[in-house]
Design a binder for this molecule. Structure first.
Ligand code: TNX
Length: 477
C-alpha cells in the first residue's frame, strides 16, 4: 500500500499528492481525449504513441468523450507556466493546466505511473523555470539523430532547456551562410584528430523542431571572445596580420581570443549572432565569455558589452558564463555560475543566475575513482553529490528569486560516442531534474534513492546505456 508520495516511482517528486482507493485500468478501448486545441492534440498523439509502446496497444485520440482527458484551462493561472493537476480515478484520468507545457508535464508524470495507474490527485509545479542540460558538440561533434535522442531522454524528467556549446578551439559546428570557411575548415576538426562535423541550417531546424515537440528550448552558445581557435583557423581576417592560425585538436584552454580592434571582428560576430537569432525560437543566446585568459581585461569588458548590445538589438537576451560579471550587465542578462562564487557574486543585484556548480553538475567528471570514463578536476560526482545541493546556498545573497534555474553541462574533450554521453549524463540528469523542480525542503536522498533506482531500471529495461551507481541497489539478474 502506497502511503507517502515518495513511494511513487516519480522523478522529479511532485509538490502535492493525495491518495484515493483503487486504480485506473487502461483498457483496449480507452481513449486519449484532447479537445480541439492543436497543440494539445499533438501532445495527446505523442502520449498515445508512448502508451502504445508501454502497453502494446495504442489508444485512439478523440476530441470529446471519456478516458484520459487532457485540457488547457486558461483559468488555472494558479498553476503557473508549467504546473499541472493530474487526477487518476477509477473511471478516468484528467490532466489540466494553464498552458500546453503544463499539460505536457502532466503526461510525463502519468507515464511514470504505468502500468497500474493508482488513484491519485497530484498538484505540481516547478521550483525553477530553467532546468537544463548542456552538450558540448564542439570538442566532439554529435550527430543530429543523437541530439534528437538526447532531447527525448532529458524531456522525460521535465528538463526544458538544451544548451548546445557549438563552438570552441577544436571545432565550429554551426553553418553561418556568409562564412562557409567556418564549417569547411573549423568544422573539420575535433579533439585528438577525431572526425569533425557540423550542423547545417536544415539540421538545426530539425533539432529545434524536435525540441519544441518535447517542450525543450534550445539555447545555442558561441563561445566568445576566448575559445575561438576554430574561427581563427577558418577566417584569416580575424587574426592580427590576417594570417589564419593552425587548427587545434588538444585540450588546453585559454590561449585564443578574438580582437575587437580588428576591422572584421564586429561584422563577423554580428553575422554569427544574427544567424543564431534568426534560426532559434528561444529568448536566449549564450555568448560564452569563459576563460578568456589571453584577452586583455579592458578588451574583454568592451567585447562583452558589444556582445550584449548585439544580442539585445536582435531582440534576444544574453546569457554568459560567470566571468561576464566583469562587464556592466543589463538587468535581464543571465549569469551562469560554474566555478567561483566570488566571480558570480559580482553581478549587479538585479541579475539572475543559472546554477551549474562544477562540483555538483559537471557531467564530464567521474562518478567514482575507479571509473574508466570521466575526468577528475572538479572531484568525483556520484549521484548523491549530483542530488545533494541547494542552488540557493551557493552565492551569498542569491536566493530563489534571483535563480532562473539549474543546468548540468557535459564537456566532451574525452567523450566520443553517444553511449558514453548517456553513461555520463542520464542518471545525474535525473538528479538535476529534481534539484530544479522539487522544493528544497521536500528533497531527501533516502527518499530519492529508490525513485532514482526505478528511473535507472526503466532506462535499462529500454536498452539505454546508463550508469548504475554502487549507491543504488545492484541490478537484478
Ligand atoms: C571548463 S566550464 C570549461 C570548459 C571545459 C571544462 C572541462 C567552462 C565555462 N569552461 O571549457 O571543457 O572545464 O571540464
Amino acid at each position: 500500500m502506497v502511503t507517502d508520495r515518495t513511494d511513487l516511482p516519480l522523478v522529479p517528486l511532485p509538490r502535492q499528492v493525495e491518495w484515493h482507493d483503487g486504480r485506473f485500468e487502461i483498457a483496449t478501448d480507452t481513449c486519449v481525449v484532447a479537445g480541439d486545441d492543436p497543440v494539445v492534440q499533438r501532445i495527446a498523439a505523442q502520449l498515445a504513441d508512448e502508451l502504445g509502446d508501454a502497453l502494446g496497444h495504442r489508444p485512439d485520440v478523440v476530441s470529446t468523450g471519456d478516458g484520459i482527458a487532457l485540457q488547457v484551462h486558461p483559468g488555472r493561472a494558479d498553476l503557473g507556466a508549467e504546473g499541472y493537476e493530474l487526477f487518476v480515478a477509477t473511471d478516468g484520468v484528467g490532466i489540466v493546466a494553464a498552458t500546453a507545457h503544463g499539460v505536457w508535464n502532466g503526461t510525463r508524470t502519468l507515464l511514470q505511473l504505468l502500468p497500474a495507474l493508482p488513484a491519485v490527485h497530484i498538484v505540481d509545479a516547478p521550483r525553477f523555470e530553467w532546468r537544463g542540460a548542456m552538450l558540448d558538440v564542439a570538442r566532439h561533434p554529435s550527430t543530429v539523430d543523437d541530439v534528437l535522442r538526447f532531447i527525448e531522454r532529458i524531456a522525460q524528467w521535465k528538463l526544458n532547456r538544451l544548451h548546445l556549446h557549438l563552438t570552441d578551439d577544436q571545432g565550429w559546428r554551426i553553418e553561418i551562410p556568409d562564412w562557409p570557411a567556418l564549417t569547411a575548415v573549423g568544422g573539420a576538426t575535433a579533439v585528438g584528430g577525431d572526425p569533425g562535423g557540423w550542423f547545417s541550417l536544415a539540421d538545426w531546424a530539425r533539432i529545434v523542431a524536435h525540441a519544441e515537440r518535447h517542450f525543450v528550448t534550445v539555447v545555442p552558445e558561441v563561445d566568445l571572445p576566448g575559445h575561438t581557435n576554430a574561427a581563427l583557423a577558418s577566417v584569416p581576417g580575424l587574426n592580427p596580420g590576417e594570417v589564419a592560425v593552425a587548427p587545434y585538436t588538444g585540450i588546453e584552454v585559454g590561449f585564443s581570443t578574438l580582437r575587437l580592434d580588428l576591422p572584421l571582428t564586429r561584422r563577423f560576430v554580428g553575422d554569427v549572432l544574427g544567424t543564431l537569432a534568426a534560426i532559434t525560437p528561444g529568448d536566449h543566446l549564450h555568448i560564452g565569455g569563459d576563460e578568456a585568459h589571453s584577452t586583455d581585461h579592458a578588451d574583454y569588458v568592451a567585447f562583452i558589452t558589444f556582445l550584449q548590445g548585439e544580442v539585445e538589438r536582435l531582440g534576444k537576451r544574453m546569457i554568459g558564463w560567470e566571468e561576464i560579471t566583469a562587464a556592466p550587465l543589463q538587468p535581464h542578462t543571465l549569469v551562469q555560475h560554474w566555478l567561483r562564487a566570488e566571480t558570480a557574486g559580482r553581478a549587479p543585484h538585479d541579475n539572475r543566475f543559472v546554477m551549474s556548480p562544477s562540483a555538483h553538475t559537471y557531467l564530464d567528471m567521474k562518478h567514482h575513482a575507479d571509473d574508466r570514463l570521466g575526468r577528475r578536476w572538479a572531484g568525483m560526482i556520484d549521484v548523491d553529490a549530483a542530488y545533494g545541493w541547494d542552488p540557493a546556498a551557493l552565492v551569498p545573497g542569491v536566493d530563489d528569486r534571483r535563480i532562473a534555474g539549474v543546468e548540468a553541462p557535459l564537456w566532451t574533450e574525452k567523450v566520443r560516442t553517444f553511449d558514453e554521453v548517456q553513461l555520463l549524463t542520464l542518471d545525474r540528469l535525473a538528479c538535476l531534474a529534481e534539484v530544479g523542480w522539487t522544493p528544497q525542503a521536500a528533497r531527501q536522498w533516502h527518499t530519492f534513492r529508490p525513485r532514482l533506482d526505478a528511473a535507472v531500471r526503466r532506462l535499462e529495461a529500454g536498452g539505454v546505456p546508463v550508469y548504475r551507481s554502487s549507491l543504488l541497489a545492484a541490478a537484478q539478474a
